[in-house]
Design a protein around this ligand. Sequence first.
Ligand code: BGC
Length: 935
Amino acid sequence: MNRLGVALLTIIASACPSIATAGIRASGPRCEYRVDPLGIDVMEPRLSWILESDQRGQKQTAYRILVASTPERLAADQGDLWDSGKVDSDQTIHMVYQGKPLQSRMHCWWKVRVWDAEGKPSAYSEPAMWSMGLLEPGDWEAQWIADPRDATVFDGGPMPATMLRKGFNINGPIRRATVYATGLGLYELRMNGRRVGDHLLAPEFTDYDRRIQYQTFDVTDLVAAGENAVGAVLADGWNGEYFFGMPMNQHQRPFEGRRGFLMRLDVELVDGTVQTIVTDDSWQSTREGPTRSASIYDGEVYDARMEMPGWDEPGFDAGLWNRAVVADYFVGANPVWQPNQPIRVVKELQPVKLTEPKPGVFIFDLGQNMVGRCRLKVHGHPGTTVTLRHGEMLNGDGTLYTANLRGATQTDRYTKRTGVDETFEPRFTYHGFRYVELTGQYHKPWVYVPPYKPRLGDLMGRVFHSAAPEAGRFECSDELINRIMHMVVWTQRGNLHGIPTDCPQRDERGGWMGDIQAFSQTAMFNMDMAAFFCKWVPDVRDAQQHDGRYPNFAPMDFDRWKGGTPAWADAGTVVPWRMYQNYGDTRMLEEHYESARRWVDFVHGKNPDLLWTRDMGNNFNDWLNGDTLIKEGWPTRGGAIPPRVLASAFFAHSTEIVAKMAAVLGREDDAAKYGRMFEGIKAVFNEAYVGPDGRIEGDTQAGYALALRFNLLPDKLRPKAARHMVDQFRRYDGHMSTGIQTSHRLMLELTRNGYGDEAYRLLALRTCPSWGFMADQGATTIWERWDGYVPGRGFQKPMMNSFNHWALGAVGEWIWRCVVGINPDESQPAYKHFVIRPEPGGDLTWARGEYRSIRGTIASDWRLENGRFLLDVTVPTNTTATVYLPAKEVKAVTVDGRPAGQSRLVRPLGMERGKAAFAVESGRYRFESHMPESE
Ligand code: BGC
């Protein structure tokens, strides 16, 4: 740092007495992307923190990490497991643990201190912790158990849940108790009458014959000296379900769809001894409990009359229960930790309206298409059965529309036990819905009591999903754009249930690769998706074929589907690469590289001439493009990109990604080889499909969008291709003819190629097809189809007509990159350096977005005022940004009211395409310019 900088920092520091020694501090410590994770099985966990400072341009110059085996040792600054010593480095993410070897069930406490730009050390951060799980199957010392009837092969029909219990004695006061558990299908754990943890639908969906996730809970507060009891409820989930309306076959149902439960509880006493309780045949079991059946798709049937109060408490008489059996069919199961945040309730919605379209049929409107389930106050005499059905839309007569659910009934039933009001909330299912139909709430007709009319407050929508923290906050002056972003975020909330699903309501809900491939960058702007993808990318690898083909959806099997479909299979390269761009996850690249390379080699092997024309798997092409619209006068042909153009474009894109992955990993030979292959694909693509005038075979908006987005065209043809893309709007009366793979890419390339106003125009459209059209029909989530519902015409064909499908919501990426203007820079990934480049347009007068990156909060907040452009930016400590803003010339821009160029913290870089560019050090700044056209 130069002398001026040091002097400046000294002045600032002395003006801020709250800063102790260093100008920075470390906060937000995380291990493997998670706050204090329990039961991890990563042998070299990665530690990260965020830096905070009140000073601009502050940097970390060194760090020291301490990891201790007890909190006391950590408090005494003793890193008995690892003391990194002072390491000169500006890195704050993915610091790999390099201390004593970690063992099963160890607890590790850690903290970090950092040195600032002047070499002054900060105080240590707040302490954080992680604990190790059970690293080897043998470490469980437990056996998979089940009810004797669970041992018979699942027959596909609804079955009552299994209840398992065991009483045990604890010999003295407790220091700490930890439980490790998993089960198939879904389990809920209870101890001494209380629920353990808040995880829903555990252990979530994986290829169970490859990996079954286990969960770890601290139960110190649930166990006590003396008599205790532990209980588990086990119901069917993804282990025995049908998928896509068809029952799963044997191969798809590892362990033949049978149930099992595995648990180890360690209770550490104050005197230092450890008591361990494990699952074995000393447990008792029954299937005579209240959960009569449960299904992810079909809902839950619960008969409260069959409840057994006290079953999960000590002293319960389980004399009528069975002796649990050892489920030896689970031998070979591979329990692994759950890297992603659990599915948990994140919001509650009160209904906004209650109607009675037919006598005794009540419809609650939650005002928002949501995913989760309901909590209902049930009124009536003992034995009253109420039924809840869930749907996304209403029929014209106000009754529930369910045709688009296909085979999924989404129906919960509850039978009352007593005459007083009871509360029902199903536990082993989830639904996608805005409307809930309640029936059965009447007294029997021969009892003369007026029928009970439910009230709005009787029902509550409980919204749950994989609890990836929300990372983005966006707002602007245009209500329609705000509305569209609202729809995008709610669609994301609705499709994260351990896997990224296509939709949450019909009999599908699969981890469709093409959908998340399109939506992944939007997803990462809206939420911190790092831990989620640490779970799902291995699902993708588990489902990869021996020949290198990636599946269409993961988890999956290959019995019915070919897989290897352009744009779908390519999620296997695109998503891990986005993990690198957004979170700097080089470990994921290391683990995934071979898999990604094998995919590209597969396509190459089948298409040695470098045009992907053979083996296109299921060839979904640009799904739901304009040709699928049902609309008077709308062209029914010519919107769909020719499949081989789309396929070759994705082949090029995946090959380029593999080349880049190889370069990051230092595999230079591969980087060169795949780099050459990418160039080769580009060359033949241009030769085969691109004319000298820049026209691309098929002359589709989609074709231009893809070729431009994937940088396949020579520079001189880019403007021509962009022009053709815009010209194509005429054929569609100013609308898009693109599908799920190209709509957001079209928006991004319009703006990148100087047609930003066209992009704003498309976003402002209120006619079909457009996002505004969906919004005007009352959509609160993104629809699967542009024309899911059209007034006068009604619903699209019910076979494929979800109202909660995120693929077309990938336009969120355009809003983040172009309206807010935040862009990661893959040459300095994870926002070490990034670009802020808002592109004002349309009728927008202001927009602001805040994004909590892995290195701290980035903000871009702009406003147009009388021809002036005001931009407030926040660049997190220890990062840098390049900021672009519209201006006539660089000199005319001011920073905090002073002409730009006077501070080393904001260096003018010159003009680029009508924008002034600046290299900016960390801190908050106000830029001000005059809009070029207003001068
Ligand atoms: C899904 C889509 C998916 C598609 C493949 C559908 O059933 O809902 O979103 O990508 O199949 O064409």
